[in-house]
Structure formats: C-alpha cells, structure tokens
Write a protein that binds this ligand. Structure first.
Ligand code: KG4
Ligand code: ZN
Length: 360
C-alpha cells in the first residue's frame, strides 16, 4: 500500500484519554484529556475512576480531534485503538468505542499495542530506519528494545522492579514535593548538591542491561529519616540535596545501562546507529544531556521526540496503526482488550513491574 493513509488513533490505557488524527508522518490533531485531578486524593490511579472517565470523555475527545484536523469520518482510512497493555477497564472503553465507530462507519479497525506506539514514535517524528535502539522510560515502563520492524521488537533489558518515573513519584512523596514527582524533583535538584548523599547505583556492578530502582527509594527513605532525626525536619536545602542526589543516581544507572545496551545493539547492526528515548522521564534534562553525550562518543544519532509525543498520546497509536495497515494488517470486531501484552514474547518475563505494574 503506497498511498498516504489518514488514521484516527484512540488511547485510554492508563490515566490519559486521547484521540489524534495522523496522515502519513503529519500529526493533524492530537488531543489529550488528563485525569490527574480525579486521582489526586488517592495517591495513584484508581482503575475504576479511570475507566469511567474514559467512557465519559472519549467521544468528546474524538470529536475535538476530528474538528481540529478539519476532517470527518469519511476522510479517514481506518481507526486504530490501544488494545493493551494497560488497565483493563480503560483499554476496554477505548476498544468498545472504536468497535462501535467502525461498525457504524465501515472503517477498518486496527488494534495497537501501547508499547509499540511509544516504540514507533521516532519513525513518526524522525522517520528513522529500522533497526534502532529504544529506551522506553516512564511511570509505567522501563525497557531497552531493538526495534527491527513495526511488529518485531527485541527486549534486551529492563527494570526488574519499579519504573524510574514511579521512583521519581515515590521519592517526591517522601520528600514532601508535589506530584508528578519527576518535574518537582528536577526543579528542586537544580539548587541541590548531588554528592551530599551517597545513594546506591543498583545492579551497576552486574552484567547486562537489567535495572532496579526500588532500593534507591528505600535509600532515600533512610537518608531522609536520618536528616529528620538530626534536625527534626527537612529544610528546602535538604530537599534539594536529596533530589539532586536521587536524580544523579537515576541518571548514572540509565546512562551506564544505555552504554551496555548500545554495545549490544551496535554489535548486531554496526552500520545503523540510532538511539531514541521516549516516556515521561525522557523530559528530564539531566538524563537527556548524559544520553546525548554518550551517543556523541559512540557516533550514534540521538533522537528524543517532542515531549507531547513522548508521554501518553493517541498520535503514536494512529501512527502505529498506519504501519500495521501499510503491512496489510487489520482486526475485526472480535478484537480483545489485553491487560498484559509484552512486545517481545520471546524475552523472559519481567520479574517486578512487568507483573505488578499497569503496563507490562
Ligand atoms: O509517559 P508518562 O506520561 O506516563 C506513563 O507513565 O505512561 O510518564 C509519566 C512519568 C511520571 O512518573 C513523571 O514523574 C515522570 O514521567 N516525569 C519525569 C519528568 N517529567 C515527567 N521524570 C523525571 N524528570 C522529569 N522532568
Ligand atoms: Zn505509555
């Protein structure tokens, strides 16, 4: 199929309700309704509240995306929807909505893996050629993938417990900083001393590309408690120093593990040198700067999609739908929602977050 396809994408796997229209490599509209305020009182995403909010907001979101793109259903070639992994109620809301629209309009239905959406984003934004190395790093994901084709992903490592974004969020909570934790830790770290607290760099002395972040959070808890025991509380400078020390530890681990993942990738494909990052933690300047510097030393192209396409959105789902459709792949109304759906079925299951987290 050679003509430029125009696809509506729908995303509802966690706490963002999103719809987008993508034509080829052009994002004509991308609408995201966040749910942060709905879950704020509960310290995390409440699946039932999320599912209800998706069901209420999806049609408005789709209407808005089509209006922004100045298109109607008759201008579309298909509807792509996240069919997993994610919170089952949310994924079902999206899948049922897409099925209804396809039944009513006769448009083809394309089920998309949410992680494939993230992993294919550098093709949407940078038109990068296969194979490339990808680090997906957010509140729910953390894995290295060699992306070989739109449906062929090799996972060469990932977290065995918390995802880094989760560690940023939990650490912010421990330090009394606002949620989401990533941006508030980054802000506090700007005026902090990254060397004041000697935090561990978990799994750095072990071979391979697997990572662990839960011990870091425990180390922060101990460091905080010792300051509190000594002074009776945390000063703003203590918060900044703890934030800077934490951010330095996360950056060191991600950088060293990326060095190893790149070595593995470059061994397979010495002529193709492209590395991309996606996910909310990709917004962190310290992480970006270190990874960019690392890629420069290895003569590797570093790609970071714009932030609104790094975090959860429906443009990535629409684009992944375009790649599937170009390969002649469709679904029908028997498409199921899959709460667990690893991208690389051959890789060993993740020990920690792959089982516990919302997004395997
Ligand atoms: O990709 P995302 O929007 O949602 C999923 O987790 O799927 O990522 C959100 C995560 C949160 O944990 C947030 O704290 C983290 O990304 N984050 C950051 C920054 N901005 C967002 N972490 C570190 N530094 C940042 N500037
Ligand atoms: Zn995501």
């Amino acid at each position: 199929m050679n003509r430029t396809l125009t696809i509506l994408g729908i995303e509802s796997s966690c706490d963002d309700t999103a719809a987008a229209v993508v034509r080829g490599h052009d994002v004509l509209a991308s609408v995201v309704y966040g749910q942060t305020s709905l879950h704020a009182d509960f310290g995390g995403v409440v699946p039932e509240i999320a599912a209800r909010a998706h069901a209420e907001k999806l049609d408005h979101c789709i209407e808005e995306a089509l209006a922004e793109a100045e298109l109607t259903f008759s201008d579309l070639d298909g509807i792509a929807v996240t069919a997993g992994p994610g919170l089952i109620g949310g994924v079902l809301s999206g899948v049922m909505c897409a099925k209804g629209l396809c039944a009513a309009t006769g448009l083809p239905l394309i089920g998309v893996n949410h992680l494939a959406g993230h992993a294919l984003t550098p093709r949407l934004t940078h038109q990068v050629a296969y194979p490339y190395l990808m680090l997906l790093v957010s509140g729910g994901h953390c894995q290295f993938l060699i992306v070989k084709a739109h449906d062929t992903f090799q996972r060469i490592g990932g977290t065995i417990d918390d995802a880094p974004g989760e560690a940023f969020d939990k650490t912010a909570r421990l330090l009394g900083l606002p949620q989401p934790g990533g941006p508030s830790i980054e802000k506090a770290a700007k005026t902090g001393d990254p060397k004041r607290f000697a935090l561990p760099r978990p799994l750095l002395n072990q071979p391979g590309c697997d990572m662990s972040f839960s011990g870091l959070k425990t180390a922060i808890l101990r460091a905080r408690d010792s300051v509190v025991a000594e002074k009776g509380g945390l000063t703003a400078q203590d918060q900044s120093d703890l934030s800077a020390s934490f951010q330095a530890a996360i950056t060191d681990v991600l950088t060293e593990k990326t060095r190893r993942a790149l070595a593995e990738y470059l061994e397979l494909t010495p002529a193709k040198r492209s590395f991309a990052i996606a996910g909310g933690v990709a917004a962190n300047q310290s992480v970006r700067d270190e990874l960019l510097a690392l890629c420069a030393t290895l003569d590797t192209n570093f790609m970071a999609p714009p932030l609104h396409l790094c975090t959860d959105n429906a443009a990535m789902i629409a684009y992944a739908g375009i790649e599937r459709m170009m390969a002649g792949e469709y679904d029908d109304l028997t498409l199921s929602a899959r709460p667990r759906w690893p991208l690389d079925g051959r890789a060993a299951p993740m020990l920690g977050s792959g089982k516990k987290g919302a997004k395997a």
